[in-house]
Design a protein around this ligand. Structure first.
Ligand code: C5P
Length: 238
């Protein structure tokens, strides 16, 4: 099946099975909100020539579609939301509203619904089949090393203190020209951590074999350098 067809077809209906999964190298990059894991995942993938999936976009894409269809995520709606999740296609991951604050908040609530999480597993595990053949994939999220790919070849868990993460998010929002108050951003980070850590399904927790990198006093280049050392040590890649 070529890429064009896969783009247009709900992933759950595609005929390909996970044949390649054992052949590609999987790097899991997990961690709490605003820890900088997306940047590290992207840079790692670029450096290694791997494909990269920001799995938060999947939960955000479900929120975008829910909003479009007037489905209220505050009151459960497990069946409608998991139906949306099962039908996502790669095209849904480029919607202009994905980064909106309301969508981020909705994604965080929706991500606590077990039916939605299991509906999105297939997409994440088949992602390496969706484009041209790749040697490896980097997936960033909350549960990649614990649930999506418990056998990932390398697991990184990138974290930082809540204050540092809130400051980074605050500066990012200011740079986007949005009116923000630091105290509100900190509260939002705390709420998201709380939801990610306390949910019963796939709570945010480092895998027992994950390498934990605390980026509180490091910049992105320093974190990348540490990550690359582990790539070299564990995977023997340059
Ligand atoms: O990382 P990002 O903020 O884009 O993710 C949106 C929301 O999706 C997060 O608040 C988190 O609760 C959820 N998420 C998740 N599991 C993942 C990726 C994201 O629960 N693997």
């Amino acid at each position: 099946m070529n890429k064009k067809n896969l783009d247009q077809e709900p992933v759950s209906q595609a005929k390909h099975q996970n044949k390649q999964a054992d052949e590609v190298i999987v790097i899991a990059v997990d961690g709490p909100t605003a820890a900088g894991k997306g940047t590290i995942a992207r840079k790692l993938a670029q450096h290694l020539g791997f494909a990269c999936l920001d799995t938060g976009l999947l939960y955000r894409a479900v929120a975008v579609k829910a909003l479009e269809n007037k489905i209220n995520w505050e009151v459960g709606q497990a069946i409608s939301l998991s139906t949306i999740a099962r039908k996502l296609t790669p095209l849904d991951l480029s919607h202009p509203a994905l980064r909106d604050e309301i969508i981020g908040r909705g994604a965080s609530i929706i991500a606590a619904i077990p039916e939605v999480r299991s509906a999105l597993l297939d997409f994440q595990r088949r992602f390496h089949l969706l484009g041209k053949p790749v040697k490896g994939v980097v997936l960033d999220g909350r549960d990649i090393g614990t649930v999506v790919y418990p056998d990932a070849h390398l697991k990184l868990f990138i974290t930082a203190s809540q204050q540092v993460r809130a400051e980074r998010r605050y500066k990012e929002l200011l740079n986007r020209g949005l009116p923000v108050i630091y105290a509100q951003v900190l509260l939002d980070v705390q709420e998201r951590d709380n939801r990610d850590q306390k949910r019963s399904s796939a709570p945010l927790i480092p895998a027992t074999d994950a390498i934990i990198i605390d980026s509180s006093s490091l910049n992105a280049d320093q974190v990348l350098a540490i990550a690359l050392q582990h790539v070299q040590k564990k995977l023997g890649l340059p």
